[in-house]
Design a protein around this ligand. Structure first.
Ligand SMILES: C[S@@+](CC[C@H](N)C(=O)[O-])C[C@H]1O[C@@H](n2cnc3c(N)ncnc32)[C@H](O)[C@@H]1O
Length: 273
């Protein structure tokens, strides 16, 4: 069977793709699978201009969601190292399928994190949904890597004397979504800050990070920026080409603001760009 290379991404179905990855070869999986809520890629919600949003998002019928989840998670379990971790994002709608599959496959749940972002879609007859679930899971709770002071030193305090590393490790994360106004984008994406946080706590430089559902490629792009190896799959050709362009040109946004460029420089990202 053809073996896939690390530091590459593939335009294919991730279940087939993951079958080509050797057992126990992945250090960290960060992923945000399709939601099975008939998500329309070109809906101009969140105040977006729909022409800038790339078409094609591959959605899964709701009735197939559990079977689909079991299939990709079976492969994820197989390829993950004993020292590895997986972070799976999910909206509330089909969360039950994700939770049942996690138990069924023998994953151990480490934390159930809530990611709170700054805005949702305005509603008239119900409350506004402005959070996501993130399941932090592993195969071996004794062996999994975790770097508790990766972001804040043990004795680092905020202005009120609060312990920064403690606050950063609470399981509700307030991280803003990125707007990318005027830039090319796919319909949903994880913010860089969120991906960075997970990479810093649960991986080291040189580790291999997998995202089976790349979308705009945030996990691969930020992993490369942070000196990790990456591999991933995206079934929609246009999205795959968008990610390739980002990785090959070494740009975070295809047309980025001065501010963001400065941030990227400061982090010493894409040294070879
Ligand atoms: C929620 S999005 C991921 C967004 C991504 N985390 C980001 O930050 O941009 C899910 C992606 O999975 C892709 N997808 C759906 N089914 C797939 C499959 N079987 N194999 C690979 N990709 C798939 C969709 O086209 C979509 O781009």
């Amino acid at each position: 069977m053809e073996k896939l290379e690390f530091n590459n991404i593939y335009n294919m179905d991730c279940i087939e793709g993951m079958k080509k990855i050797p057992d126990g070869s992945i250090d960290l999986i960060i992923t945000d699978p399709p939601f099975a809520i008939n998500f329309g890629a070109k809906r101009s919600n969140y105040n977006r201009t729909s022409e800038k949003v790339l078409e094609g998002y591959n959605e899964i019928p709701q009735n197939d969601y559990y079977a689909f989840t079991l299939k990709w998670m079976t492969q994820a379990y197989r390829v993950l190292k004993e020292t590895g971790s997986m972070y799976v994002f999910s909206g509330w709608n089909n969360l039950k399928d994700i939770l049942v599959a996690i138990d069924e496959l023998g994953f151990i749940t480490v934390n159930h994190i809530i990611w709170k972002y700054q805005f949702g879609v305005v509603t008239k007859r119900k409350f506004v949904s402005s959070h996501y679930h993130c399941l932090f899971i592993c195969k071996n709770d004794e062996k999994r890597k975790f770097f508790p002071y990766a972001r804040y030193k043990k004795d680092e305090k905020d202005a009120d004397g609060g312990c920064l590393h403690y606050k950063d490790k609470e399981d509700v994360w307030f991280i803003n979504r990125e707007y990318w106004t005027g830039d090319k984008k796919t319909p949903t994406k994880l913010p860089m800050e969120l991906v960075k946080k997970i990479l810093m706590y649960s991986s080291e430089e040189g580790d291999v990070v997998l995202d089976p559902f790349l979308g705009s490629g945030q996990v691969a792009v930020v992993s490369k920026m942070m000196g990790r190896q990456y591999i991933g799959f995206e079934i929609v050709k246009e999205y795959y080409e968008f990610i390739k362009e980002r990785l090959e040109k070494g740009v975070y946004r295809i047309k980025s603001s001065e501010n963001e460029n400065r941030q990227i420089e400061k982090l010493g990202l894409f040294g070879d760009a």
